[in-house]
Ligand binder design. Sequence first.
Ligand code: T4K
Length: 373
Amino acid sequence: MDKDILVTRSSMPSFNEYCDEIKDLWQSRWLTNNGSKHQQLIEQLKKYLGVKNLDLVVNGHAALELSLAALGLKGEVITTPFTFISTTHAIVRNGLTPVFCDVKPDDFTMDPEKIEELITERTCAIMPVHVYGNVCDVKAIQQIADKHHLKVIYDAAHAFGETCQGQGVMNYGDASCISFHATKVFHTIEGGAVCTKDPDLIRKISLLKDFGIESPEDVELVGANAKMNEFCAAMGLCNLRHVDQEIQKRKSVAERYRSHLSHVPGLQLNVLQTGVQSNYAYFPVIVDPETFGMNRDELFEVLSTHHIHARKYFYPISSECACYRDRYDSSLTPVALMLSRRVLTLPLYADLALEDVDFICDVILHARDAYKR
Ligand code: T4K
């Protein structure tokens, strides 16, 4: 195949739909600072996600940083190293210390059985990640947090629109932070949101994202500028109209992958979690080199030669990145380390043709057969 197949491709409304949505901005000239698109998107997202309080921010990373800041935390935060670097950076950039907890080998989320041994008198919070849209063991994590009086802030960058036992995933913990980056299931080009049951917390987030300005004549908090502009909010309003359909298309793509790959020895596919309505955010496969016959990097190279650009999300784990590796011993999270060396996220997006999925799977299976010979 000559065309490139990238790991994902942004969903877009039609050009006309977006133009219609932004038309009134030329009349109002109100382009940012809590404009009408921004307000509409907040209300629509609250309804869609089934949450009481939500505020929009400029990106998912700001959602994480501002949530930690708003909670006024100090000390150590137990988190996962098997994530995008944003999770770890948000902790460190708040003057907090990440303490890495290992993950479960089946759904790659934080292993609750390994949390308590990491708690010290300095621990103030837990920051787990619903990685690839796999929902964390929210019940077990909350029990531990309650027992030790810890805050729980979910990195829910991948979990847009998901439900767990019928409840919107963004309702768990003290706060949930979503990414609306262009590569996400639902996007606003760049953007993010914080959801929380606590109205005081959302008020603080709203202040912190706008320099801490409380009124034209006073500034209450030392804030940042992390506001979403009207063009991004307008993209969100358009994309929200189509997101259910997009998730259905993603589901068809994921099912097609499963039909080809689910019984291949040496390939572990992402779990189907019971009670979770998935958004099919990513399609990770774990390559066991012994059983599969080739390793992750070899498979990655073969796919690349066929213009298939899978990604190694999340390799290296945070604790192995140059900015952190001298402070951490990554062998203390052996499951995360092993997964990061074996994981490949295959292309998945709503408009990926099922024939392209067939082609990708053919390449994978042929490569394996050729290596075995
Ligand atoms: N927490 C977690 C667990 C996260 O995964 C992320 C972000 C965050 C927090 C922070 O949220 P944000 O602050 O980003 O809102 C991408 C994204 O930039 C990042 O948002 C995402 N996670 C991460 C997993 O992936 P890259 O460097 O891999 O993206 P890039 O530019 O290589 O794009 C990947 C593919 O997406 C391209 O091959 C093609 C496609 N694409 C990309 C862009 C930028 C499009 O189709 N349209 C586009 O506009 O980081």
